[in-house]
Write a protein of this length. Structure first.
Length: 255
């Protein structure tokens, strides 16, 4: 038997299994499947065609001592799968919401803390843990057991090695690994799978060759990239990411 608040907004063709708890201030989109023993708390906004597996908890209050009970949300996009015992906390006054995008996969025992912002098609491997206000770009993959420090940013199409400790920002399109974490090359396989042709991949590789293997500091390297590499969307994404990095980007393996 499940405990579903009568004022919760449940879409069409939603399957709610046994021993599920759904609180009052909850919205669930059409065709979502909720497995047994899931807890969906006030502030949850869940999209269409999602699958939430046993033991998951959505929209629990933040594990942040500054939280004072403000009304905030945890928002899950369409077509996202949340596996066993994963947790997604709702936001605080800092951003007001935690967002997990559409078409994401949060594997078992992952944690998405308050005010995190995840793009679309993000994958969090088993037991990956995101601290508060982490940002993860579209198509990024954080392999199993990754630990991400608060306020860190992971760029789109980036990938971490399993067990990584992420304490610096990870620029777009790269693989980051080793201990301490550092640049380990461009995510060539991932980019090819997503339709990047050899010309685009080569251009990205040249940008990171300048950034990480030229011997210049970041400021000099960015200036060189701006002045000497062809214009492209990928170039602008990389430069903007670096310019906006507050924690600093991961080091290169030759530094």
């Amino acid at each position: 038997m499940s405990n579903i608040h009568p004022e919760a907004v449940i879409g069409r063709n939603v399957t709610i299994s046994s021993f599920v708890t759904i609180e009052k201030d909850v919205v669930i989109g059409d065709n979502t499947y909720i497995h047994p023993n899931v807890v969906i708390m006030n502030g949850a906004r869940i999209g269409k065609n999602c699958r939430i597996f046993p033991g998951a908890v959505i929209a629990a209050i933040p594990q942040d001592l500054k939280f004072r009970g403000e009304e905030t949300t945890a928002e899950i996009g369409d077509n996202t799968t949340i596996r066993e015992c994963a947790t997604v906390n709702r936001g605080t006054a800092a951003k007001g919401k935690t967002i997990v995008g559409s078409d994401c996969l949060l594997m078992a025992y992952t944690h998405v803390a308050h005010d995190c912002l995840l793009g679309d098609f993000v994958i969090l491997g088993n037991t990956t843990q995101l601290a508060g206000e982490v940002e993860v770009g579209d198509y990024a993959i954080l392999s199993g057991g990754s630990l991400v420090h608060q306020f860190s940013k992971v760029g789109m199409h980036a990938m971490t090695q399993g067990g990584s400790k992420v304490s610096k920002d990870i620029p777009p399109y790269i693989i980051a690994g080793r201990e301490p974490i550092m640049y380990s090359g461009v995510n060539i396989v991932g980019l090819r799978r997503r339709g990047f042709d050899n010309e685009k991949i080569s251009a990205i590789q040249e940008i990171y060759r300048v950034l990480y293997q030229s011997g210049m500091n970041n400021k000099e390297a960015v200036k060189c990239i701006e002045e000497n590499t062809p214009a492209s969307k990928e170039k602008e994404i990389i430069i903007t990411f670096i310019a906006n990095s507050q924690r600093g980007i991961v080091r290169g393996y030759l530094e």
